[in-house]
Structures are given as structure tokens and as C-alpha cells.
Design a binder for this molecule. Sequence first.
Ligand code: LLP
Length: 421
Amino acid sequence: MDHFLYRNGQLHAEDVPLAEIAASVGTPVYVYSAATLLRHYRLYDEALAGMPHHVCFAMKALSNLAVVKLLGDAGAGADVVSEGEYRRARAAGIPGDRIVFSGVGKTRAEMRVALEGGIRQFNVESEPEMDALNAVALSLGTVAPITVRVNPDVDARTHAKIATGKSENKFGIPISRARAVYAHAAGLPGLKVVGIDVHIGSQLTELEPFESAYQKVAALALALRADGHEISRLDLGGGLGIPYARSNVAPPLPSDYGALIRRTVGDLGCEIEIEPGRLIAGNAGILLTRVIYDKAGEGRDFLIVDAAMNDLIRPAMYDAHHDIVPVIEPDPDLDPRAYDVVGPVCETGDTFARGRMLPPLAPGDLVAFRSAGAYGAVMASEYNSRPLVPEVLVQGDRFAVIRRRPTFDEMLARDTIPEWL
Ligand code: LLP
């Protein structure tokens, strides 16, 4: 459930008409609903009630400071994968002891910043990384808490570009080598082993892959404890999928996922950490865009909108589906038409949808790409020298620009022409 609904014939974000935001901020623009973000965070929090747990929002999905502060104030921690995300989490007020640091290629500089600033744990992904972290921690006279990310060799049954839990993927250490790797960690005085980490992929629409992975983690936890390691935390990653098309069967709910966690690892007495991104942010955001032209092609109609692949790359990159809805509620008596919905960027990949059935639309009309809150604005670029898309947060009847649209002068001012040219 989200808070983008028609009221009096107009699509709203909570109590604010989207047309009002378009008039004030311009288009394209991302619009987020605070109530939806908080609702999704709380669903996870409730799903894990009764077990000691931390919901660490995967900031890669949506890292705007205002959004991170909203979630952090509600109790969320953060899963970060770069110094930039770490700095954002701290700037948004999330304390270091609620931040986990993931990622396959952390640099020593990033490790230093997190150790100095405070960190709950590093999720380490290789022995070389372990050695580097050990050296950095010792140089700072401290000890780094770690989990080791294991690769359980489980098929997440999701898009190949976002599956991470098979042995051929670059992530984690093979679970078959886990005991040897933990023994290596135990010999490094700058590290303190606190648990196990696993993340098998994103946009999972079934629970079975999680179940197989978590069962393997539970067995490993017992084996590692028998070897003398402290396993007091399990970081179970993110990955639960969302319904992108209203017509689709809905994926399992956080409550189903919570029951699965309880069933597979609940009796180990560990603190449970999860790293959801998409489910919290995805359906809490839309990309609002305006139709520029309706162009008749050979046997097809192109709807050219002012958002493009640089603003929302998911359709071009993953063939992702986003529902497209007009901001004026369509008249049910009008027959829908098939449109190819495209942006102004000069490549054919700049296509949001092909043959999409929509009510008749005309230049100037506003439409919203739904489910665009996660991996939308964060993956935007200035390709074709289109200024970075702005972001707006709505709460109740108020809204605020939480990242403004850069001016063309600002965009140009970032480049420098060498004096010798
Ligand atoms: N934890 C780790 C270690 C991850 O790598 C990810 C996502 C998450 C948590 C959060 O997963 P989520 O709950 O959001 O599924 N750009 C792609 C998605 C990439 C996901 C990468 N890792 C897309 O637009 O579909």
C-alpha cells in the first residue's frame, strides 16, 4: 500500500496534488511520501518484533539526507557501501553503532573514516579485505567488529544483474571455505568476529531462496560456535521484492519474511540485522514527468516525456517495468491507446515502455512513473547534459524540495578548461 492515490480526479502524494508540485518545482521530479516510507520501515520492525533486531536501511536504494533522517528518527539504522553513504548516514543523524558497512571493495581510506567515526560492524567479503581492515584498525589502536559475508550458492531467481548469491558472483566467500576464513580472522588482533552476513540478491519474489540461504547460515553458525567463534549477530541482507505492476501477483510480505527468519535462525539467540532498501523506498516514490509531444510513428504512437533514461535508468538497464499513470484521473469511457513512452535522450534505449495501454494523453499532460523511489534518483546522471533530477518529500499536506534542480550555470561550473587550451 502506498499514499499515491486519486482524490477529486487528481493524483495526490498524501494530501498534496502532484500538479501543485509540478507547477512549483517543474518536471521531471521525484516525489516521495514520508507516510509510505515510515509504513514500510515499521512493517519490517514489526515483522521482527520479539527478536533483538536492527533494520538497517540500504541507502543505495535512496540516500537523500531528508529520507535517511526520516527513517533514522524512526529508529532505522543504515547499511552503507561507500564513504559517501557513510557520511550521509552520519549527517542525517544516524549514530555509528547503527551503521553496517557492506561492499566488496572497501578502501583503506573508507575503513579509516568509519572506524574513526564509529561503526557497528564491517561486513567483510574476502581475506585480503580482512588483512587490510586489520592493518587499518591496528594503526588506529582499535579493534574492528566484523561479520564475514558468505556466499551460500543459492539461486535468488531474480534478474541476473542483481543476483548475488551464486558461487559465480563476485560477492562474499564461498560458504564451503567459511570455517578456514573465520580461523584466519580469529588470528588477526585488529578484528573481532561478531557474526555472519549474507545477501543473495534483490527483487526476490519468492521466499524459498531466502529459506535455503538462511538454513545454511544457521548450520554455519553452529559450526563456527563449535570452533570457538562468537556468533552473536546475523546480518541477513536485503532483497525482498515489491510489486512493480499492479496486475502482478504480489511478492511475500515483510511479515511472511519475518516468520521465515524466526523459523530458520530464530532459536540461535543472535541479534538479527536486515538491510532492506527497495521494499522501504520503491513504492514510496514516483517520478513525475510531463508529456512534450505525441508523435505518430510507423504503426505506433510515441509519447515523448521530459524524463529520460538519465533520470530513471531501470527500464533501460534491467528491462524493468514501471506502471505509468496519468495525473488527471482517466475518464473510464475513453478507450485506452497503445503508446511507446520514451524520453528525449538520443538513443533507442531511452524507452520506458513499449505498447503501453494508457488513456489518450496530450502535450502538457502530467504522468507519474510509479515504484520509482528505490534505485531511481540515486542512479540518475547528467547524461546529455540534463541537470540532475530534483527530489521532493511530502508529509501530510506539506512538501519540501529535498534536492533542488541544479542550474545550468552550476552544471557548467564544475568543468574547468585548462589554461593551456
Ligand atoms: N544489502 C546488500 C549487501 C546489497 O547489495 C543490497 C542491494 C541490499 C542490501 C538492498 O537490497 P534491496 O532490499 O534493495 O533489494 N539497481 C538495482 C538493484 C541493485 C541492488 C544492489 N544491492 C535495481 O534498480 O533493481
